[in-house]
Design a protein. Sequence first.
Length: 405
Amino acid sequence: MSLTGRELILGVTGSIAAYKAVYLLRELTALGAAVSVCLTEHAAAFVGPLTFRTLSGRPVLTNLFDPQSPEAVEHVALAERAHAILVAPATANLLAKAAHGIADDFLTTLLLAARSPVLIAPAMDGGMWAHPAVVENVATLRARGVTVLEPEAGPLASGLSGQGRFPEVPTIVAALLGALAPVRDLAGEHVLVTAGPTREPIDPVRYISNRSSGKMGYSLAAAALRRGARVTLVSGPTALTPPAGAVFVPVQTAEEMREAVLHHLASATIVIKAAAVADYRVRHVAPAKIKGKRDLALELTPNPDILAEVAARRTGAFVVGFAAETHDVAVHARAKLESKGIDALVANDVSQQGIGFEAEENEVLLLDRWGGTHALPRMAKTAVADAILGHIVALRAAAGKKTPA
Ligand code: CTP
């Protein structure tokens, strides 16, 4: 999952765990979120605004009544614009104020103006967390639809042990992802995705293929469905289950893939060619199983370049290719994007351990035909898929305003 295109407000209150909000912010921005940080006065005593400002790349909101702050009068607009407000860490004091509608600083005022999901990650002493007043405030907030995470058990800053520790960053991020309404920015689109390897037969039992697992393409198909698109998934043989809701077209060879892709091209508005198409096929496929242990020479002939053909034949679809490179990734990828005449290219360095072929994660460069190059951090393929789609949406929106480089 990714947070690309999401506007978040991260409220930080005066707990010793305020320093952990720095790690949380770093994770949120790495996932693509635009984060406005709002510090209470006490939080700023633990960690200064400069740290949050540097990591978020945005002004930090501290004092509602600071006449110098243009954001001060904008708190309602800011709260309405945000896709979620996350208060982490939250003190017992913040829980009490939020439960009773007190608005005496920027953060509590934002909470009253909020129109989007609110998540609160408390951190405090175990005895305070168990106090009937806090228990009651948490119950009030939950009854109102606020997600209040359970603090974790373990050693506390007080030297004691108990339930009051700030939840781990991945726990908070997972809760946030679950609370956010899905972006439906591909509603009305027809996304055509190719995935997996192709199999080029040698004889009835043997074939030439490659290590593609199909995970990247299947993740793209699933992410496009979540974002509201109609999806056609043309896939070579993989061990994966196609996402429910996609029109699934299984193929074996590059030639079959070409036929299926061209068949669906007319109605496609976005074409993403994540398949690892075999560049060659066997010229003379043996009609019966080849026998014997003698030397054998296979004559190979190039397969049609489906991507280049799609780019040449399309009528308005946005075409995205993939490139697996082992060195000088950006240079080779730029050349490939230009020679194939496509709009964007997703390049990954398959020489690196743990990413690309067969791996769960990927780390890619996104190049576009307007000269842009955008590096995505290493993430799960599902998150990469969302980030790629977010990028495609942004490129298409900007395309009208640009001329090719
Ligand atoms: N592709 C295609 N048809 C082919 C070969 C590749 O549509 N016959 C598409 C793939 O789906 C992918 C992109 O083209 O989107 C990869 O380009 P390609 O030139 O095949 O990359 P490599 O095989 O890595 O090329 P090279 O050997 O030049 O590095």
